[in-house]
Design a binder for this molecule. Structure first.
Ligand SMILES: NC(=O)c1ccc[n+]([C@@H]2O[C@H](COP(=O)([O-])OP(=O)(O)OC[C@H]3O[C@@H](n4cnc5c(N)ncnc54)[C@H](O)[C@@H]3O)[C@@H](O)[C@H]2O)c1
Length: 464
């Protein structure tokens, strides 16, 4: 058993949220890490110590790793393959048109590994990939090796990642569990040893067969997405029935079989994982001949939920949206990240623009990302301060529960808005307190509804 050996050589393909965090944390633990990416611009910035993403704690780890000579970046796949005993694949697996996971990047890495492999390597699938992908990676590497006439042993292991953006470094350093999917006990031991510095208090490795490991990742995300869609469904019901979902949440959370975690209602889930993973699992269940009723419903409820704020705004203004200015707080799909992939803010902004509104948006870190996505447009002003976003606006909409939005200067907000109305997609405030301060305040599932559930038009046009 090789526990305690922390100077292993590791190569990581893909320097995004997962690859970069994995690389920096493994280097911090004393390993020698080489990160490979095809994005030359990204690699150049990383070599200069500049981070391509915002993630708390990551910058100092990367800096330390580089200074210690344990973390380096390259675009050279051959150097990557020759460097590490472990070859992590942490490239993107975006959705195809039909929702299934696009494996082209994963298989491109497999192809590169096949082209340069000369000695035994452990290939570790860390990307979120459908059941059966490890077999495809193995087949691709074998095919290329055969073409080259090279014979060498290698293993393909599934080791899905569970880190959360915004707390990625912490999650990696203190994981709940390490899933290791392999039928080779020696490979399992080597991976355990690699993760040993992060699991010192007790062993958190759960070793299983490859297919179960691949499915575990989708199962976890689908379960979390289901919890959110369930609560959103109940929040909408609460609006129809005159109940307050926040009371209901506390009432059910007290049951230890349910618990308080992850049962917050809101304006829908986004990010690079839940939406795509729920769709990908639904797609792979269809291709396995099983129609999943539940996954489809989870996805549909979420799409509808992303339009709830728009419908409230539209109803409030009696459908007269043209020319209105909406102040928006929060662009990222959740706090502590600049990631706007599938963010609810995008669905709302796009619906508002289509209806002739303009948006004044503020986010503590995601403005640059919004600018990258939307560029310069007359109907979008990216503000540097929260107050600026409400100044002269007809309403304020809150999309992300950043800490700094929790107790703003309400007097200032009220005086800055043309009308004191707040549409709160994250239920940050107490409705009666807001009303006592003179606001028109609409949260999610707080007992009053201005949306005619069941009759609403935009709710029925999915994905608009
Ligand atoms: N972001 C998360 O919170 C998170 C959490 C758990 C799992 N995952 C999964 O991890 C995987 C990666 O996600 P991410 O958010 O880090 O993606 P990302 O888009 O941030 O990064 C992917 C990187 O891979 C690079 N790349 C693409 N093809 C390559 C190739 N052939 N060789 C080398 N590099 C290549 C891209 O240039 C990019 O830098 C996905 O499957 C995702 O579902 C993500």
């Amino acid at each position: 058993m090789s526990h305690g050996q922390h100077n292993m050589r590791v190569t990581i393909f893909g320097s995004g949220y997962v690859g970069l965090v994995t690389g920096a944390c493994l280097a911090e633990a004393g390993n020698n890490v080489l990160c490979v990416d095809i994005d030359a611009d990204k690699i150049e910035r990383l070599q200069q110590g500049e981070l391509p993403i915002y993630e708390p704690g990551l910058e100092s780890l990367v800096k330390r790793g580089r200074q210690a000579g344990r973390l380096d970046f390259t675009t050279d796949a051959a150097a990557g393959v020759s460097h590490g005993l472990f070859q992590f694949i942490s490239v993107g697996t975006p959705p195809e048109e039909d929702g299934s996971a696009d494996l082209q990047h994963v298989l491109a890495v497999a192809n590169s590994i096949g082209k340069h492999l000369n000695d035994y390597r452990i290939i570790v699938d860390k990307s979120t990939v459908p059941v059966g992908t490890a077999d495809k990676v193995k087949t691709e590497i074998r095919r290329v090796l055969e073409q080259r006439g090279v014979q060498t042993e290698f293993d393909v292991v599934s080791n899905p990642e569970f880190l959360k953006e915004g707390a990625a470094v912490d999650d990696f350093m203190k994981p709940d569990r390490i899933i290791i999917g392999t039928d080779n006990p020696r490979t399992a031991e080597l991976l355990r040893a690699l993760y040993d510095p992060f699991t010192r208090s007790h062993d958190r490795a759960i070793v299983m067969d490859v297919r179960s490991a691949e499915l575990t990742k989708y199962a976890a995300n689908a379960m979390l997405a289901t919890k959110i869609s369930f609560m959103n469904e109940l929040a909408n019901l609460a609006e129809c029935m005159g109940a307050d979902i926040e009371h209901v949440r506390q009432g059910i959370g007290a049951d230890p079989r349910i618990g308080y975690a992850f049962i917050y209602p809101g304006c829908g889930y986004g990010g690079s994982c839940f939406p795509k993973d729920v769709k990908a699992l639904a797609a792979s269940s269809s291709s396995a001949g099983y129609h999943s009723e539940l996954l489809e419903a989870v996805e549909n409820v979420n799409q509808r939920q992303k339009l709830v704020l728009f419908d409230k705004i539209k109803t409030y203004f009696n459908g007269q949206l043209r020319g209105k200015v909406i102040g928006l707080w929060g662009l990222s799909f959740k706090p502590n990240t600049d990631d706007m992939r599938e963010a609810s803010s995008r669905v709302l902004m796009e619906a508002l623009w289509e209806a002739g509104c303009s948006v004044q948006a503020y986010d503590p870190v995601a403005s640059a990302e919004a600018h990258r996505i939307y560029g310069e447009r007359k109907d979008l002003t990216l503000c540097e301060r929260a107050e600026e976003a409400v100044t002269g606006a007809d309403a304020l909409a809150i999309l992300t529960e950043w800490q700094e939005f929790r107790s703003p200067d309400f007097e200032l907000v009220k005086n800055s808005l043309r009308r004191p109305v707040i549409f709160d997609g994250r239920n940050l405030y107490d409705p009666s307190h807001m009303r006592s301060m003179g606001f028109d305040y609409f949260g999610i599932g707080r007992g009053d509804s201005i949306v005619a559930w069941g009759k609403s038009q935009s709710m029925d046009t999915k994905g608009k």
